[in-house]
Design a protein. Structure first.
Length: 765
C-alpha cells in the first residue's frame, strides 16, 4: 500500500480508532500503576528514613543513658569520695577508676569529677587545677572559665551544652559538647558534678553509620531548640532558617530551605526531648522515585511507539480489503452506469456503488425472471433445491394442484398507429395476474417471437361455482381475453395446452399450446384452440389425430428422441387398433412418413430425402414402425449435433476473442455474454466445459504467461508490465504471482536471467 493511501480519511479513522482503543486503557493503566508505584516508593523511602532516624535517636539516647548511669555509679562509688580522691595513697585508685568509667563509653573525649567549692578537678589523667584546665587544656570559645566553674558548682539537673570550638593543649581545635550531671542524682543538695566532654564528630558519626549514603544535613536540637550537633554533607542551611526545624512534628515534611526544596525528616526523643532532624534536597531524597519515573516514561514511550506501529498495521490490514473492493469496483465500473458523486469516505463510495448496482439489478430482474420462466417452459424444472431458490428469488409461486400453459398471439386492428406500445403494455400487464374468483395465478413469459407470449396458469383447488375443470379453463381464457381487449387495441388468439398435476410438466403443456396456436391461421383472428380438441375429426373414417402429429413434430424440432419414439409407437398402436383397408392404411402410413420428411426438410436435413426409396418399401406395420423410429432418432441426433456445433462455434469464437483481448482490463464474462446474446451463467458453464477451468482462471493463466515472457525478454519496469497485461492492482498481482511460482516477479526475473547466463557460459566453454 503506497503512502498516498494514507490520504484516505477512512484509513486515518481506522488508525485513530485503534490508537484510541490502545492508548486510553494504556494511559489509565499506566497512570494507575505509576501513581501507586511512586506513592508506595515515596512512602517506603520516607518510612525508611524515619526508621533510620529513629534508630539514631535510640542509639544516642542509649549513649546518654549510659552517661547518666555512669554518673550514678560514680556517686555511689566509695573510691570516688572526696576523702578517697584527696588521700595521698588512695588518689591513684580514684584516677584509675575514672579511667575505667571513661572506657565504658565510646563517645567520651574525657570525663571529669568535680567536688563543689573546690579549686581542683579530677580526670582520668589525674588532678588538675581549674584555672590550668580551662585556660590551657580545654579553652572554650563560647564558654568562659567563670561560666564553667559557676555551672559546675550550681547545676541542679543534667545539662548539655551545644557543641562549641575548643582549643586543647596540643594546639588542636575540636568541636566538643559538654554534659554536666550533678551528683548525687535526684538529691536536693548535690555535692559534686560529673563533666563529660564529647566530640561532636562522634555523635554525628553515629548518625552517619546508620544513615547510609547520606547526602544532606543532620541536626540534633535540645529541648530549647538549640543545635547540639550538626553534620553537613551538602550546602549548609542558613542559621536564620534553622529555627523552624525543631518545631516540626515527627514525620516527613517538604520545606524550602536555602532557596531549594528539601525533604525534612524529624523524630523526637521522649528521653530528653531532643529533636533529631535530617534535611535532604528533594531530588536526592527521591532519587529512586525519579529513576522509577524515568523508567515509566521510557517504557510508556516505547509501548506507545510499538502500539502506534501495530495500530497502523492493523488499520492497513483492515483497510486493505476495502481498498481492493474499491479498485475492483472502479475496474468493473460500466460507463453506462450512473455517475458516482465524489466522496472522501470509501465506504460511502462503495455504498453508493452498491446502490447503483442494486438499481441495475432491479432493472435486469424482469429479463432474468423471463429467461428463467422461458427455460422452465422449454427444458422443464431444474433440480428441486435450485428451482426453489430461483422461484423464491424471482417472486414466482407455482402453487396449486393443476398447471397448464396458454400461448397467446395477437393481431392489430386496421389503422392502429402505435401497435408496439400496446404490445409492451400487454406484456407488462400480463407479467403477473391474479384471478381470485377462479383461484388462479398467471405468469406471463415473453417469447422470442415478437407477436407471442406464453402464460403459465396455476389453478388451486375447485371454485365455488361448481364448474368442471374444462369450463373453469374456458372462464380463465375469457377473463384473460377481457383483460387484453380492455387495455389495448389488440385481438388475442389463444392456444391452450393440456392440464397437468405437476409444474414439471409445464414444458409438455407449452409444446401443446404452441401446437394449438399454429391453428389460428385456419381459425382466424381472435380464435381459441384447445390442444385436446385437435384430435377430434368430423368424419367417421379413422385418421391420425392432429394432436399426435403436432406433438411428434415438436419433439423432433426439439431433438427429444424419447418423446418422438414414444409418439410413433402410440400412433402405430392406434392404427393397429383400427380395421382399415390396405389402401387406406398405406395412405395413412405415407402421411406419417411425409410428416417426418417435411420436418427434416424444415430443419435443413435434405440428406434424408435420398433415403426415401428405402423408407417407402415396407411389408408390415412393424417394419415401418422400426424404420420411422430409426429415422426419428437420426433426426433428433442431427438436431443435437447441430446445436452442439453451433455452441462449439460460439465458444471457439469467444475463446479466440479472450486470447486476443486478455490484456484488456475491462474484459469480463458479462460483456462477452452480452455480445454473443447468451446468458452469463450458460457461458460460464460452457467455458469451463470447453477449457477445463473457469473464465477468471483462464484469463489469469494467459496474463501470467505474458508476464513471465515480458520479464525474461524485456527490461521494462515491473509496474509497466503488470499494467500492460490488464492488471491495475500491482500488489495483489505480486501476491498471486508469488503464491503460484514461489517467487516475486523481481526474484523470478533475476533467477531465470542468472540461469540463462550460466547455461550460455557453459555452451561457450
Amino acid at each position: 500500500m503506497s503512502w498516498s493511501n494514507f490520504k484516505s480519511k477512512l484509513l486515518l479513522q481506522y488508525i485513530w480508532s485503534y490508537l484510541l482503543i490502545f492508548l486510553i486503557p494504556l494511559i489509565i493503566l499506566t497512570f494507575f500503576i505509576y501513581h501507586n508505584a511512586v506513592q508506595n516508593l515515596r512512602a517506603e523511602i520516607e518510612h525508611s528514613f524515619v526508621n533510620q532516624l529513629n534508630q539514631v535517636k535510640h542509639n544516642i539516647d542509649a549513649r546518654m543513658t549510659e552517661l547518666r548511669d555512669i554518673a550514678t555509679r560514680m556517686a555511689y562509688d566509695e573510691r570516688l569520695t572526696p576523702y578517697m580522691v584527696s588521700h595521698p595513697y588512695y588518689s591513684r585508685d580514684a584516677i584509675l577508676t575514672l579511667e575505667k568509667y571513661k572506657a565504658n563509653s565510646s563517645i567520651l573525649e574525657e570525663i571529669f569529677l568535680y567536688f563543689r567549692k573546690d579549686n581542683v578537678i579530677y580526670s582520668s589523667r589525674g588532678l588538675t587545677n581549674l584555672d590550668v584546665l580551662f585556660d590551657q587544656s580545654y579553652s572554650f570559645k563560647d564558654w568562659s572559665k567563670e561560666e564553667i566553674i559557676d555551672d559546675l558548682n550550681n547545676v541542679a539537673y543534667p545539662v548539655v551544652r551545644p557543641a562549641g570550638s575548643v582549643n586543647t593543649n596540643v594546639h588542636l581545635e575540636k568541636s566538643l559538647l559538654a554534659y554536666l550531671v550533678p551528683i548525687m542524682p535526684n538529691h536536693s543538695y548535690p555535692h559534686g558534678t560529673v563533666l563529660y566532654l564529647m566530640e561532636e564528630s562522634r555523635l554525628t558519626g553515629l548518625m552517619d553509620s546508620i544513615l547510609n549514603d547520606f547526602k544532606g544535613n543532620s541536626y540534633i536540637f535540645d529541648q530549647d531548640g538549640r543545635v547540639l550537633a550538626r553534620n553537613n554533607h551538602g550546602a549548609p542551611i542558613p542559621t536564620e532558617e534553622l529555627h523552624v526545624l525543631p518545631e516540626l512534628s515527627p514525620g516527613t515534611h517538604s520545606l524550602k530551605l536555602n532557596n531549594q526544596s528539601h525533604s525534612v525528616v524529624a523524630v523526637k526523643s521522649s528521653f530528653n526531648d531532643w529533636t533529631y532532624v535530617t534535611a535532604i534536597p528533594s531530588d536526592q531524597f527521591f532519587s529512586h522515585v525519579f529513576h522509577i519515573q524515568t523508567f515509566f516514561l521510557l517504557a510508556f514511550a516505547i509501548v506507545v511507539l510499538v502500539g502506534t506501529f501495530a495500530a497502523v498495521l492493523l488499520a492497513k490490514r483492515q483497510y486493505h480489503p476495502i481498498h481492493d473492493l474499491l479498485e475492483f469496483a472502479k475496474l468493473k465500473a460500466d460507463s453506462t452506469a450512473p455517475a458516482l458523486t465524489k466522496s472522501p469516505n470509501e465506504l460511502d463510495w462503495i455504498r453508493q456503488m452498491l446502490h447503483n448496482y442494486s438499481t441495475r439489478v432491479d432493472l435486469q430482474e424482469p429479463y432474468a425472471r423471463n429467461q428463467f420462466l422461458l427455460m422452465l417452459l422449454t427444458h422443464g424444472l431444474p433440480e428441486e433445491q435450485q428451482a426453489g431458490q430461483l422461484l423464491k428469488m424471482f417472486g414466482v409461486q407455482l402453487v396449486g394442484d393443476r398447471y397448464f400453459v396458454i400461448s397467446m398471439a395477437w393481431d392489430e386492428y386496421p389503422g392502429l398507429s402505435e401497435p408496439f406500445q400496446d404490445r409492451q403494455k400487454i406484456i407488462h400487464l400480463l407479467t403477473e395476474v391474479s384471478i381470485p374468483e377462479y383461484k388462479t395465478l398467471v405468469y406471463g413469459v415473453e417469447l422470442p417471437q415478437s407477436d407471442q407470449i406464453a402464460l403459465i396458469i396455476c389453478m388451486a383447488g375447485t371454485t365455488d361455482h361448481g364448474h368442471s375443470p374444462n369450463r373453469r379453463i374456458e372462464r380463465i381464457v375469457e377473463a384473460l381475453r377481457a383483460i387484453v381487449m380492455e387495455n389495448s387495441h389488440l385481438i388475442p388468439s389463444f392456444g391452450i395446452g393440456k392440464c397437468y398435476s405437476s409444474p414439471g410438466m409445464l414444458n409438455q403443456s407449452y409444446i401443446e399450446a404452441s401446437s394449438a396456436l399454429e391453428y389460428r391461421m385456419a381459425s382466424g383472428k381472435g380464435s381459441t384452440t384447445y390442444f385436446e380438441k385437435l384430435s377430434d375429426t368430423p368424419h367417421s373414417t379413422y385418421w391420425i389425430p392432429k394432436d399426435a402429429l403436432l406433438k411428434l413434430v415438436q419433439s423432433l424440432r426439439h431433438g427429444n428422441e424419447t418423446v418422438a419414439i414414444q409418439m410413433i409407437r402410440t400412433i402405430f398402436a392406434n392404427i393397429k387398433s383400427q380395421k382399415l383397408s390396405l389402401a387406406f392404411l398405406r395412405c395413412i402410413c405415407f402421411d406419417l412418413l411425409n410428416t417426418l420428411l417435411k420436418t427434416a426438410s424444415e430443419l435443413g436435413m435434405a440428406e434424408f430425402v435420398r433415403d426415401i426409396p428405402n423408407m417407402t418399401s415396407f411389408e408390415s406395420l412393424e417394419e415401418l414402425e422400426n424404420k420411422l423410429g430409426m429415422f426419428a432418432a437420426q433426426i433428433c441426433k442431427q438436431v443435437e449435433m447441430n446445436t452442439e456445433t453451433k455452441q462449439h462455434s460460439i465458444m471457439d469464437e469467444i475463446i479466440a476473442q479472450v486470447d486476443e483481448e486478455y490484456t484488456d482490463y475491462q474484459l469480463s464474462l458479462d460483456k462477452l455474454a452480452q455480445k454473443h446474446s447468451i446468458s452469463s451463467s450458460y457461458l460460464s458453464r460452457a467455458f469451463k466445459e470447453r477449457t477445463g477451468c473457469n473464465f477468471s482462471q483462464y484469463v489469469w493463466q494467459r496474463r501470467m504467461e505474458e508476464v513471465k515472457r515480458l520479464l525474461l525478454t524485456t527490461g521494462d519496469p515491473l509496474k509497466d508490465i503488470i499494467t500492460r497485461v490488464g492488471y491495475l492492482d500491482a500488489p495483489n498481482f505480486i501476491r498471486k504471482f508469488k503464491k503460484v511460482t514461489g517467487y516475486t516477479p523481481g526474484q523470478y526475473r533475476k533467477l531465470h536471467t542468472a540461469r540463462e547466463k550460466t547455461l550460455l557460459y557453459a555452451d561457450d566453454e
